[in-house]
Design a protein around this ligand. Sequence first.
Ligand SMILES: Cc1ncc(COP(=O)(O)O)c(C=O)c1O
Length: 394
Amino acid sequence: MFETLKKAPVDKIFALMGEYRADPRKDKTDLGIGVYKDPTGETPIMSAVKKAEQKVFADAKTKTYVGVSGNRGFCDAVTDLVFGDAIEKSRIASVQAPGGTGSIWVLLQLLNRARPGGTMWISDPSWPNHQPMCELAGLNVKAYPYFDAESGDVKFDEMLACLDKMGPEDTVLLHACCHNPTGANLTNEQWDKVAASLKKTGAFPLIDLAYLGFGDGLEADAYAPRKLASELPEVMLAFSASKNFGLYRERAGCAVCVGSDENTAAIAYSQMANIIRASYSQPPDHGAEIVRLILSDPALRAEWEAELKEMRERMVRLRVKLADAIRERSNATDFDFVARHRGMFSLLGLDKAQVEHLKLSNGIYMIDDSRINVAGIPEDRVGELADALLAVAR
Ligand SMILES: Cc1ncc(COP(=O)(O)O)c(C=O)c1O
């Protein structure tokens, strides 16, 4: 039977990770895969996570099933973190799912039940997994204008014009903050306009929140979900604890449906639970329990927030250093957008040949669309990186 199938394409990010590991050069630079790195190039376990994990192990008494919708304390803590007091709690239906990806998957299944074969609009460009995930869920995918490669900013007027033409049958996938892959984000005033447009057209938002706290702070990064959920009758949101808690492999995420009232929220909850039961039955508990403990324990929470702040500020510092180094060398402002961007990524606007050249000649690895992970910038060799980028860009 298997011979009747073709080999499926390899995920380009994981393929690049393999190439990087196999490269014997000592001075190679990994700006590829989207995981946070500390100054030594490691992806550390956060100290609050380590402490919470030890407590989870020490206190555990059973490994029995938790339930289809997972760790309720985790879901409540996450939805409090995301929505604060912006909306009535009775409107919120949430389930724990395996990471942000698992959360998006549950929501896409629900969407395809409500609007079979419907249209999902994703940003141009978007996280490379969005399109295949939507297609696997049976949805049609279209792109709305987003990134202006010339300026490095969001083409907001074009984006809004596209949103304004949508109708109630359309669904729009929006990156709440720290846009992946571009790093270019909407201002609060622009989010207000997006909310007004969705309110007018009835188009339905699915908010991807994979980097809460990686942009401008926990409160600032929650602006879009709070605005959209308070202005619109219904929204869906996928939360990931992979990056902001550094829990990548533990697969902790939360799928949220905000209904117009308690009754619609209850319907959405039952549908999500039904989808989960028929697919993977229950999510893994370990990462979710760590997050629950951190968010509910004032000392652990303060420690986590301080570590998250340090990570966020390091990424901003690296952005500024790289933009400064390029400007000092070239007397041009072409890469200043790197300092304006937020989150873990920036799209540099290089073509595939330039990206390949940087890999072969300089051992600098980035995704072939020229997305860099700014947390991978070697702080002591920013000048070398600036030289290499300028050489290839000229
Ligand atoms: C935009 C976006 N959404 C969702 C995810 C999913 O994250 P995870 O499934 O690892 O929690 C990622 C991870 O890279 C992402 O960048």
